[in-house]
Design a protein around this ligand. Structure first.
Ligand SMILES: NC(=O)c1ccc[n+]([C@@H]2O[C@H](COP(=O)([O-])OP(=O)(O)OC[C@H]3O[C@@H](n4cnc5c(N)ncnc54)[C@H](O)[C@@H]3O)[C@@H](O)[C@H]2O)c1
Length: 335
């Protein structure tokens, strides 16, 4: 019989709360043993409602034998040290994006987990969105032919309401506008489809807000094996999320009807060579839950987790070059 994986949710802010809420629907795969949040009062009510023990210290989760895995939904600067501590305690790790802010940091996280025989999951839930999963399967099967180009945008204006001293607006944790918030999901999909990147030009501007790291970012990426991806994100225009892939045999354009915090379904427009342009509606799903379930099944050895170590490192190598290009204004080579 399957035994659910005991997890500790670490960081009970916006996304930790979202994960706790969706995991109620995954009792066969995951049991939330406890939650960790230094600002206890911000999470007391929800944890009490869900019957989840709450404490202020990460060490409590690491010392708890019922906790098999930690799920990190903490500020970006903490991911590296929290992964290291989890591995030292023998816990599997699911880390919210970005895994690290440097390629070296990503390599270290991947190496630590691999050497300890621990699963490393990643908060790139877009891969579990049904139309994206379908697109990836079609691309893998060669149905789109040679992938030429990707155009993608993921924008929202939720951060305009943040205190200006919030960690999400700091240069050391979230440089280049919305790139670590939203753009990174599109970089993950780009690397998944086109492989390691070769170079990137990133332009980040402050156009209509006082967001200190800029509100409008665009990255034009060239891939080593050919092909390009244009990834853009705004932190100051209303919600928009689209992912478009062009191949020699067909193209697919996917638009989210709402932000993944409250999925509302997708509109998929596509055309295959010689065929008409068609549009389909895809009903809502819960990719944040489905990613965590896939991670739990990988912990149990029942599934192979699809975001590979290579994807993780290639993505952060590209992210690091994007930071460099945003600052230099020049094309930067991806290490
Ligand atoms: N996958 C997605 O679509 C998605 C969406 C939103 C956020 N995220 C990611 O989730 C993570 C958290 O983002 P957020 O928007 O929830 O931020 P947040 O600021 O709302 O929440 C972070 C929480 O971590 C807590 N914290 C700080 N130090 C801690 C520590 N040492 N131990 C435990 N908790 C600590 C903070 O008090 C805060 O409550 C980030 O990595 C972010 O990029 C992912």
């Amino acid at each position: 019989m399957n035994r659910p994986v005991g997890i500790a949710l670490v960081g009970m802010g916006w996304w930790g709360k979202k994960m706790l809420n969706v995991l109620a629907a995954a009792p066969e795969d995951i049991r939330v043993v406890r939650a960790v949040e230094p600002n206890l009062e911000t999470a007391l009510a929800l944890c009490a409602e869900k019957g989840v023990e709450l404490s202020a210290n990460y060490a409590d989760a690491l010392a708890d034998p019922a906790v098999e895995a930690v799920v990190l939904a903490t500020p970006h600067a903490l991911h590296g040290s929290q992964i290291e501590a989890a591995v030292a305690a023998g816990k599997h790790v699911f880390c919210e994006k970005p895994l690290a802010l440097t390629k070296a940091g990503a390599e270290k996280a991947v190496r630590l987990c691999r050497d300890a025989g621990l699963v490393l999951g990643m908060g790139h839930e877009r891969r579990w969105e049904p139309p994206i999963a379908d697109l990836l399967a079609k691309a893998d099967a060669g149905e789109l032919g040679r992938i030429h180009q990707i155009e993608a945008n993921f924008s929202h204006d939720k951060f305009l309401a943040l205190d200006r001293d919030n960690w999400r607006l700091k240069a050391d944790q979230a440089p280049a506008g919305g790139m670590t918030a939203t753009g990174i999901h599109l970089l993950d999909l780009s690397v998944r489809l086109l492989g390691p990147a070769e170079s990137v030009l990133c332009i980040c501007e402050q156009l209509s807000s006082d967001l200190p790291q800029g509100d409008t970012v665009a990255a034009y990426v060239k891939f080593k094996a050919g092909g390009t991806s244009y990834v853009s994100a705004s932190l100051a225009n209303p919600f928009m999320s689209r992912f478009t892939v062009y191949g020699s045999k067909g193209w697919i354009d996917i638009r989210d009807k709402a932000h993944v915090e409250s999925p509302a379904g997708w509109i998929v427009t596509s055309a295959m060579a010689g065929g008409p342009i068609t549009t389909a509606e895809v009903p809502p799903a819960e990719p944040v839950k489905d990613n965590l379930v896939s991670f739990a099944r990988a912990v149990r050895g029942r599934e192979t987790y699809p975001i590979t170590a290579t994807h993780l490192v290639d993505n952060i190598a590209l992210l690091e070059a994007i930071f460099a290009s945003a600052s230099s204004g020049k094309i930067e080579i991806v290490a």
